[in-house]
Design a protein. Structure first.
Lengths: 333, 331
C-alpha cells in the first residue's frame, strides 16, 4: 500500500449515477429508463461502519453492486483506498478486489453447493496469484477459526450447515484476503433473531480485531443502529439524510427518516402507538421529476416541494438532510 | 363452547431417520375476536401447528389429539369435509406472497375461486365481490387490478391480494404465518394495520405467527412462546413482556436489536441451536442452551406453573429465572 492510499478514506463515492434502460415498448417512442441512482456521494473512513437504509426499490443494492464494480456505471466516481475503480477493466480490477469483498443476503444462494467449505473460502485467494497449498490451507483454517468455525468444517458442504453458520462461511470468504472494505447487503435479514445476534456480534468483533470497514445495507433500522457509526437514508436513488447514527436516530431531520423509525415495531410497547403512517410504496423510479423525490408520500409536502428540489444541507455538525422543512422537523420533536 | 380448542395436540413426522416430534402436547383455546401470537425460532413447531389446524400437514405427518372447531374434531374429518371448511371457515395467509399466488392466473380468478366454490356464486357475482374485496384490502384501482397477474403487483400488493383471498368467505379464524417477514417496515406497518382492523370489524379470531417479538407485541392480546415443539410460556401479551419469565423468552427478547438502546452494548445471544426433533432430550428441551440448566432439567420434564392471570410457564428454575435479569442470565 502506498503512503497516499494509507491516508485516503477507505471508500469515497462521488455523484454516482446509474440508469437502467428499459426495453423499448413502441417502435417510435424513446425507451424508458429506471433511474436507480441519481448522484450519490459519501465517504467512509477507515475502521468505521456506514449503514444504508431505505425501502425496497430505493437503490440500496444497485449502490452496492456499483461500489463493488460488479456492473457498468453511468457516471461519477468510486475510489477505494484512493484508487478509482470506475472504468477499469476486468484484469485491472482483479488485483484490487482483494481490498474490497462482499457478503450477500441469502446464505443459501450465495455458496456453491458443489464445493466444500475449504474450496469456497479459499476462492478469493486465487486473485492474489499463485500460493502454495500449505499456505492456502493455513489461511483458510485461520479465517474459519476467527468466525467461530472449526478446521474439520473445511471438508463439509454448505448443506450441512445452518443458516447462521453459512453466513459465517460467507463472512470468512470475504475476510480471507484481509480486505479493507466489506460491503454487506442485508447479511442478517434471512436469519432468526438469536442467530442474527450472533452474526452481528461477530461482525463487531471482527471489526475490533482486524479494523475492517463496513458498508452495511439493511432495511432493519435497529440492526443499523446497533452496528453503524454513520447512516445514510436513501429514497429514489438519492441520499435524503445522512449523519452520525446517534444524531440521526435521535433528531431525524427528514420526514421519511422519521416515518421509517416510527414504523419499526417495538416489543412490549403495547398495541396502539401514535405515529405518522406512510401510504403506498416506492414508485417513480422511471420518471425524472421536478421537486422533491418524496413529495407524493410526504405528509408535510407543500407547493415548494413540487417546484424545487431540496438540496442536501447541514442541519447540525456532520448531519445533513434534503428537506425544505428540516428545521421544522427538529422543532416538532 | 370455544370457537377453536386445541387439546393435547401432537404432530410426529415420519422421516427416514426416525420419528421427529414437531409439535408436542399443545393446548390452547381461541374465542371469537381473540388474537393469539405464536413466537419462536425456525424449527420450533410454529408453522406445523398452523398446518395441523388447517389440515395441510405433509403426508408423512401423524397428528394425534383434538382440534375442535365449534366442537367438531377436525382431525377426524375426511379430505372432502376439510375442503368445505378450509378457505370457508378458516383461512391462512402465507409467508411468501411471491410464491403462494399462482403466476399463470389473474389475481381476480384466484379471489373468485373460493367464492364460487364455497358460496355458489356465479361468475359475475363473484367478480363483483372480488372487486369489493380488493377495495376492502386497500388495493388502488381494484376494477382494473383484478385482471392483473401476480408479477404485475409489488410485494405488499400481493400480500393484500392474499388477504383478500383469505377474507373472501368471511372465515371465523384467520391464520397468518409470518405475513410480513418478506416486506419493508413501512409496508409491514400497512399490512398489519389492515389485518388488525379487519379482524376487529369482522369479528374473526387471529393466529399470528412471527419470529419478530415487536410484531407480535403490537398486534396480539395473547402470546404463546414455542420451543422444541411445545409451548413453554403463554399468557397475556402485556404480562409476558412485563414479566419475561422463561429463560428462553428472556433470551429471545434480549437478542433483538432494538431502537434506542446503547450502541456499544453487545447483543445477548442464546448459545447453540434449536434441538434435533428426532432425538429430543427427555427433560426440558432447552437444557443444552439454558444458563440455569441443572441435572433435574436434563432428565425430568419441567412442571408447568400456572398463575391466576392465566400466565403459564414451564421451567424447573422459575424463581431464579425471574429473580435474575437477562444480562446476568446470559453473560
Amino acid at each position: 500500500m502506498t503512503a497516499q492510499a494509507a491516508s485516503a478514506p477507505v471508500l469515497e463515492v462521488r455523484d454516482l449515477v446509474r440508469h437502467y434502460r428499459l426495453p423499448r415498448e413502441s417502435l417510435f417512442a424513446e425507451p424508458g429508463h429506471v433511474y436507480a441512482l441519481n448522484g450519490v456521494s459519501f465517504t467512509i473512513e477507515r475502521g468505521k461502519s456506514f449503514g444504508i437504509v431505505g425501502e425496497s426499490g430505493c437503490g440500496k443494492s444497485t449502490l452496492a453492486r456499483n461500489v463493488m464494480a460488479l456492473e457498468e456505471t453511468d457516471g461519477g466516481s468510486v475510489r477505494i483506498l484512493g484508487n478509482e475503480v470506475i472504468g477499469l477493466n476486468f484484469d485491472q480490477l482483479r488485483p484490487l478486489r482483494r481490498h474490497f469483498q462482499m457478503v450477500f443476503q441469502d446464505p443459501y444462494g450465495s455458496l456453491d453447493p458443489h464445493h466444500n467449505v475449504g474450496r469456497i473460502v479459499a476462492e478469493p485467494l486465487a486473485a492474489l496469484g499463485p500460493i502454495s497449498a500449505a499456505e492456502r490451507e493455513e489461511r483458510v483454517v485461520r479465517v474459519l477459526e476467527s468466525v467461530g468455525l472449526k478446521k474439520r468444517d473445511m471438508a463439509k458442504y454448505p448443506h450441512e450447515f445452518s443458516g447462521g453458520q453459512r453466513q459465517r462461511i460467507a463472512i470468512a470468504r470475504a475476510l480471507i484476503t484481509h480486505p479493507e472494505l466489506i460491503v454487506a447487503d442485508e447479511p442478517v435479514s434471512a436469519l432468526d433473531v438469536s442467530v442474527q445476534a450472533q452474526v452481528l456480534n461477530l461482525l463487531k468483533d471482527l471489526q475490533d480485531e482486524f479494523g475492517v470497514t463496513y458498508m452495511f445495507i439493511s432495511h432493519d433500522l435497529a440492526v443499523v443502529e446497533y452496528l453503524c457509526d454513520e447512516v445514510a437514508v436513501m429514497y429514489l436513488g438519492e441520499i435524503v439524510e445522512k449523519g452520525r447514527t446517534e444524531d440521526l436516530f435521535a433528531r431525524p431531520a427528514h420526514p421519511y427518516t422519521r416515518i421509517l423509525l416510527d414504523a419499526v415495531p417495538t416489543p412490549g410497547s403495547g398495541k396502539k402507538r401514535e405515529r405518522i403512517k406512510l401510504e403506498g410504496n416506492v414508485t417513480g423510479q422511471t420518471e425524472q421529476r421536478v421537486g422533491c423525490a418524496f413529495q407524493d408520500r410526504c405528509p408535510m409536502a407543500q407547493g415548494i416541494c413540487r417546484r424545487e428540489k431540496p438540496p442536501l444541507v447541514e442541519v447540525e455538525d456532520g448531519h445533513t438532510a434534503a428537506c425544505h422543512f428540516s428545521s421544522e422537523m427538529s422543532e416538532r420533536l | 363452547m370455544s370457537l377453536l380448542s386445541v387439546k393435547n395436540l401432537n404432530v410426529t413426522l415420519m422421516t427416514s431417520e426416525g420419528p421427529a416430534r414437531a409439535v408436542r402436547d399443545l393446548d390452547f383455546t381461541l374465542e371469537r375476536g381473540d388474537t393469539l401470537g405464536i413466537v419462536g425460532e425456525s424449527g420450533c413447531g410454529k408453522s406445523m401447528t398452523a398446518l395441523a389446524i388447517m389440515g395441510l400437514l405433509p403426508e408423512n405427518a401423524m397428528p394425534t389429539g383434538e382440534i375442535l372447531l365449534n366442537g367438531e374434531n377436525l382431525l377426524q374429518k375426511s379430505e372432502a369435509e376439510m375442503c368445505r371448511i378450509r378457505g370457508n371457515r378458516m383461512a391462512m395467509i402465507f409467508q411468501e406472497p411471491m410464491t403462494s399466488l399462482n403466476p399463470v392466473h389473474t389475481v381476480g380468478r384466484q379471489i373468485m375461486e373460493p367464492l364460487r366454490l364455497h358460496k355458489d356464486m356465479n361468475k359475475s357475482e363473484a367478480r363483483g365481490e372480488a372487486i369489493r374485496l380488493l377495495d376492502r384490502v386497500g388495493l388502488p384501482n381494484p376494477s382494473e387490478r383484478i385482471d392483473n397477474f401476480p408479477h404485475q403487483l409489488s410485494g405488499g400488493q400481493r400480500q393484500r391480494v392474499m388477504i383478500a383471498i383469505a377474507l373472501s368467505c368471511a372465515p371465523d379464524i384467520l391464520i397468518a404465518d409470518e405475513p410480513t417477514t418478506a416486506l419493508d417496515v413501512t409496508i409491514q406497518d400497512q399490512i398489519l394495520d389492515l389485518t388488525q382492523s379487519l379482524v376487529e370489524e369482522e369479528g374473526m379470531a387471529l393466529i399470528l405467527i412471527s419470529h419478530d417479538l415487536g410484531v407480535i407485541s403490537e398486534n396480539t392480546d395473547h402470546i404463546m412462546v414455542m420451543y422444541g415443539g411445545a409451548s413453554i410460556e403463554s399468557g397475556r401479551t402485556d404480562r409476558i413482556f412485563e414479566e419475561l419469565s422463561h429463560p428462553y423468552t428472556q433470551g429471545l427478547f434480549a437478542a433483538m436489536p432494538r431502537l434506542g438502546r446503547a450502541r456499544n452494548q453487545r447483543l445477548v445471544t442464546i448459545p447453540g441451536t434449536v434441538p434435533d426433533l428426532i432425538n429430543l432430550p427427555t427433560g426440558c428441551t432447552f437444557t443444552d442452551r439454558c444458563p440455569l440448566a441443572s441435572d433435574i432439567c436434563r432428565n425430568t420434564p419441567p412442571p408447568v406453573h400456572a398463575f391466576k392471570t392465566g400466565h403459564r410457564v414451564a421451567c424447573h428454575h422459575l424463581d431464579i429465572a425471574r429473580a435474575k435479569k437477562t444480562e446476568e442470565l446470559f453473560s
